[in-house]
Design a protein around this ligand. Structure first.
Ligand code: NAP
Length: 256
């Protein structure tokens, strides 16, 4: 790997890394040289990711089974990580959920849950981790947004609103934290074939419509996003902050 993309000696946290995109990010960052802290709501499911990393790189990973909306758990986790590794170089705020429903069927609980996991958790994790990063004048925070953060996908009001919030959080953190030389950027995927798409997989017609409107004419897979993540986590992107990389097969570039 070119030196500018190397993550040798870096400590990276990836939330939602038990499966899907987060698992691919964690393995990709490890292959680029980073030591990984894996976070997901179910610790047992993280063992698979830790094993994949061990098989690929020979390195051990630390795992935390916590809910990333729980600020007390986040703060004690960050304290433990600092006690063991003394710094955090990279944070990937990837954990996220969706529950597609027509707007009039969305309940207050749906709204609170989706915005809580997708947006509030990114604030809580970033707040706890950035406090440590500023001590070293170094840090890369990568927030998972979505094309839904800047264009309307039907039946997903809380999801789209939360991802729009993620994009604004990303820009504002970039403005506030640039004095400490932190880089804060987002990734906006289109439709990626993971568990998150399950509720809409039964809606074959809808997915077919998406693919018909995607110039590259297929769903993405988690590995399609790994290059963008390594780029934003590495010094290759040191003059980028407060912006986003769109990885959507061209979907958001074209009209119907
Ligand atoms: P996924 O396969 O469902 O994986 C998400 C992971 O996050 C799961 O392991 C899940 O744990 C974990 N998680 C959920 N709530 C959590 C919480 N409160 N605390 C800790 N971990 C939690 O989804 P994905 O498709 O990889 O999505 C990853 C990110 O990409 C999300 O932010 C999503 O919004 C974004 N994204 C995805 C797509 C897409 O088409 N797939 C498109 C645009 C953006 P459990 O397995 O235990 O539930």
């Amino acid at each position: 790997m070119l030196d500018m993309f190397s993550l040798e000696g870096k400590l990276a946290i990836v939330t939602g890394s038990a499966r899907g995109i987060g698992q691919s990010y964690a393995v990709g960052l490890a292959k680029a040289g980073a030591t990984l802290v894996l976070v997901d709501i179910l610790e047992d499911n993280l063992k698979e990711t830790a094993q994949l990393i061990k098989d690929e790189t020979g390195r051990d990973s630390k795992t935390y089974g916590i809910d990333v909306t729980d600020s007390a758990k986040i703060n004690s986790m960050v304290k433990e990580i600092i006690a063991e590794y003394h710094k955090i170089d990279i944070l990937v705020n990837n954990a996220g959920i969706n529950a597609p429903k027509p707007f009039l069927e969305v309940t207050e609980d749906d709204w609170k849950k989706i915005v809580g996991v997708n947006l509030n958790s990114q604030f809580l994790m970033s707040h706890a981790v950035a406090k440590e990063m500023v001590k070293h004048n170094y840090g890369k925070i990568i927030n998972m947004a979505s094309v839904g953060g800047f264009m309307a996908l039907s039946d997903t009001a809380p999801y789209n609103a939360s991802k729009g919030g993620v994009l604004q959080l990303t820009k504002t953190m970039a403005a506030d934290l640039s004095q400490y030389k932190l880089n804060i950027n987002a990734i906006c995927p289109g439709f990626i074939d993971t568990g998150l798409l399950k509720p809409s997989k039964s809606r074959d017609q809808r997915l077919q419509k998406v693919m018909d409107n995607t110039p590259l004419n297929r769903l993405g897979n988690p590995n399609d996003l790994v290059g963008a993540c390594i780029f934003l986590a590495s010094d290759a992107s040191s003059y980028m902050t407060g912006t986003q990389i769109i990885v959507d097969g061209g979907m958001s570039a074209v009209a119907m």
